[in-house]
Structure formats: C-alpha cells, structure tokens
Ligand binder design. Sequence first.
Ligand code: PNS
Length: 157
Amino acid sequence: MKTKALYPGSFDPLTMGHLNIIRRAAKLYDELTIGVVSNPSKASMFTLEEREEMLKDALRDLPNVKVDHFSGLLADYVNRMGFDVVVRGLRATTDFEYEIQMAQMNARLFNESVETVFLMTDPQYSFISSSVVKEVHTLGGCIDGLVPDEILKRMVK
Ligand code: PNS
C-alpha cells in the first residue's frame, strides 16, 4: 500500500530549509502533499494562491510531490484526505516545545493510524525561518541563497 504523507505549513515564503525537508521527505514516502494553510486572519506577505504557485514552480522536478491547501483544523484535513504521515521539520530545541504540543494535540484528533514524523533540519539551514527571512529582506539585508531565486525575485517586486 502506498504511504501518503503531508507536509503542512504557511510557506510565507518557501525557504531553502523547507525545500530541504521536502526533498528528503519525497524520498521517504510514495506520495507527498505540501499543504499550504489558508488563514485569512493572519497577515501574510504572499497570498495563498501565490504561495501555492511558488511551491509548484520550485517542486516541478519532484514527480511524487503535489501542492494543495487547507483551512481550519489540520487534523480534519488529514483525516478527510486519508494521509498516513504528517511531516514536520525540527530546527532547534525552541521548535521542539511548539512541535511536541502540536503533535500530541493532533494525535488525539487524527485517525488512529496517523503519525507525526519529524525530520531534523540540515544544519546549514537551521537558522532559517520564513519570518527571519522576511524581516531581514524588508530591512534591506541580503537573503541570497536562503530562499529559491524565483522567490527572491518576487520578494524584491
Ligand atoms: O509553517 P508553520 O506556520 O509552522 O505551520 C503551522 C501549521 C500550519 C502546521 C499549524 O499552524 C496548523 O496546523 N494550523 C492549522 C490549524 C490547527 O489545526 N491548529 C491546531 C494545531 S494543534
């Protein structure tokens, strides 16, 4: 049976850290869906449509990866779509506190067989987050190599 994995997140914007997790997860599972969260009450740099478009562009070479979006509870989306695994990336101990809370809460809400699986971020990307990249760029700092080139072009626009 095929294992269907989901990598959920805001991806505002997609970073090299996300890409690293996606490429590694795509090797581990038969099908990987990138689930972009739609949260209209949260201010974002890019719209949901732009975030999905940027992901599709960046992941064109990965045949078993597709891009989708969801709103509301992650667990409802996971149960409805029949995912087996939810992938999250872990950078540092600071991520761990938030992630364990989310994983344990979701474990109560997921269908019985669904697991959250953590991949350790490659050390070269451990300091990167969408928010730090946005802040540095907005204040005029260089973020070359921290997001895909196409995304940097859109951020400059
Ligand atoms: O990239 P992010 O912002 O760290 O992703 C967080 C995300 C989207 C996975 C998380 O906020 C989420 O699952 N949101 C959907 C709402 C939800 O299910 N909340 C309860 C989590 S226990």
